[in-house]
Design a protein around this ligand. Structure first.
Ligand code: ADP
Ligand code: MG
Length: 242
């Protein structure tokens, strides 16, 4: 579904991605972890064309993200992205946040979009809040709205960039629970997170990045279970967060 092949990226003279190669198969959950500044956000944003790259190739469902003739808005509409900072429209209600792109981008009727919004809000446990504004919700609730909004577009894959890092600790699990359900239903997911409990529970593979490079890319049982086989950098990272 997502193929990242020998991708390198520079900001001016600074290289931030260095020959990165990995893939996410249909229905697979891949967790990306690594120290701050190692290039995780940059890598995940290259997948839906939010960050250009200078070398290599990325294919999403066979479409080349970097090719000049690729319709990026169309591709992005098929990939759900959830950020650390929720990014909801503050002046729209929860329901309006979920229906806007459905009507504008997918051409659904207002009724159809509202029905889909209602079903998804029910699923993330927020139907009772459908007429509130984002500012009236807790961080955990806002992030669940953001996930529901992404799902309303019927994405072929979901990208998450530290979706729980901005949350108070007591709200982390309500968001992770939604993500665990999604993973178990077979959604293709690429998730930047330091939540190693989540990674252990649902990740098929773990990618560990350091200084712009993919240092480890292995199945999660090996990543967590056979620490002696891990690189010194990965072991050092894990020793700090496990
Ligand atoms: P991570 O998500 O792993 O913390 P990032 O992908 O955000 O790392 O950043 C990787 C590197 O790229 C860092 O060294 C960061 O300072 C640099 N970087 C990120 N965005 C920019 C930018 N817009 N201009 C210049 N350097 C940037
Ligand atoms: Mg980041």
């Amino acid at each position: 579904m997502i193929e990242i092949k020998h991708v390198s990226k520079w900001y001016g003279a600074t290289q931030v991605l260095d020959d990165c190669t990995t893939q996410v198969s249909n229905g697979e959950v891949v967790v990306v972890c690594g120290p701050s500044g190692s290039g995780k956000s940059t890598l995940i944003k290259t997948v839906n064309g939010l960050e250009p790259f200078q070398k290599g190739e990325i294919l999403v469902d066979g479409v080349s993200v970097g090719a000049p003739d690729t319709n990026l808005p169309k591709l992005r509409a098929r990939i759900g992205m959830v950020f650390q900072s929720f990014e909801l429209f503050p002046h729209l209600t929860v329901t309006q946040n979920l229906t806007l792109a459905q009507t504008k981008v997918l051409g659904r009727s207002q009724e159809e979009a509202a029905a889909r919004a209602g079903a998804l809000l029910e699923r993330v446990g927020l139907l009772a809040h459908k007429d509130k504004f984002p500012g009236q919700l807790s961080g955990g609730q806002q992030q669940r709205v953001a996930i529901a909004r992404a799902l309303a577009m019927d994405p072929i894959a979901m990208l998450f960039d530290e979706p729980t890092s901005a949350l108070d600790p007591e709200m982390v699990n309500e968001v992770l629970d939604v993500m665990v359900d999604l993973a178990r239903e077979g959604m293709t997911m690429m998730v930047v997170t330091h939540e190693m409990g989540f990674a252990r529970k649902v990740a098929d593979r773990v990618v560990f990045m350091d200084a712009g490079k993919i240092v480890e890319d292995c199945d999660s049982e090996a990543f967590f279970g056979r620490l002696e086989e891990r690189s010194p950098r990965a072991r050092q990272f894990l020793s700090k967060i496990l």
